[in-house]
Design a protein around this ligand. Sequence first.
Ligand SMILES: Nc1ncnc2c1ncn2[C@@H]1O[C@H](COP(=O)(O)OP(=O)(O)OP(=O)(O)O)[C@@H](O)[C@H]1O
Ligand SMILES: [Mg+2]
Length: 365
Amino acid sequence: MTKPSIASFHSVSKHYGTHCALRDFDLEPREGELLSLLGPSGCGKTTVLRLLAGFETPDSGEILLDGRTLAGVPPEARDVNTVFQSYALFPHLSVFENVAFGLRMRKLGGAEIRERTESALRMVRMEGLGGRRPLQLSGGQQQRVALARALVNRPRVLLLDECLSALDYRLRREMQMELKELQRQTGITFVFVTHDREEALSISDRIAVMRDGRIEQLGAPRDIYERPANLFVAQFAGESNVLEATVTAVTGPDTLTVDLAGTPLAVQSGRHFGIGEKVALLLRPEDLHVHDGANGDGGLAGRVLERTYRGVTLDTLIALDAGPRIKASEFFREDAPALDHPPGQRVRVSWTPGWEIVLAHDAEA
Ligand SMILES: Nc1ncnc2c1ncn2[C@@H]1O[C@H](COP(=O)(O)OP(=O)(O)OP(=O)(O)O)[C@@H](O)[C@H]1O
Ligand SMILES: [Mg+2]
């Protein structure tokens, strides 16, 4: 069952001078979900968080929290907290006092402050380190303190702005899982900003893919990856081969023939295209198989340019006879050792029929 929304942006626009950072923006984070905003630098992700937190005001439109308008409500009176990329901890205060700071400002009683601060430190697995100063902590530990400092207020919505991007790869992966776990445990709505697609795909309940102050697609990670609404989303959500083709025949309700630089190719698509229309044929590298020999049916013929060993996968770069280059990432399998296709070898590239994605050609993407 779909959960009710906890906050909403209705037709919100925001300019900085003449620059339009958000245009006619609609978004409804739901009760208890982890919603990611994913998009390139400058697309407006931070602006969305700053508007919800009250550090910016919209030019037009309306923002609600728990059904009440936030117009005129100052940041400190909003039931939201933000965790920034720079943890912004107070260096002269202990970990405990950093976390307790918000509660002291609200003049809560000593016993309650102690109990809530300790509970927040336990949540991020930092119990026992309350006496340290931030500079005596690792990057990952500082990040946990910043999280505890936000969670201690038990906000309705927690805003996280690229908060893991200062961490190295392994720690970052670890913290992603912890964050997801923390979100489940607390049931607090997280709005999580990132430009890292793997991060967004692996932890989110839903992802809003943004471009130029708008949402291009909003959906579950799987929808975004497997059923991208357009070429921009497809390319932003994952590595992909994009081949330009022209529709030459509509052969059924879901089937088309396209021409790829002289090679006819039968493809499937739920979308409707007209004969002569230019389309983008999208093939994910991990969906492709490379076979020896250029003869045979199905798939596309080409010549191997390069092989790259990547541990989990073996990547092959192929120059198709039809022109473009295409990359295949094949997983190693015990029972079927990957064939070696040395550079120069003639090969065919195939994939499971229907796994191709056919999208409208988009000059901007
Ligand atoms: N205070 C400001 N004054 C002027 N322009 C701004 C201001 N803040 C943001 N912008 C501009 O508005 C646009 C959106 O900025 P925003 O910070 O929301 O992007 P972002 O998606 O968070 O990008 P990044 O991934 O780089 O953090 C950008 O083009 C940015 O340059
Ligand atoms: Mg930003």
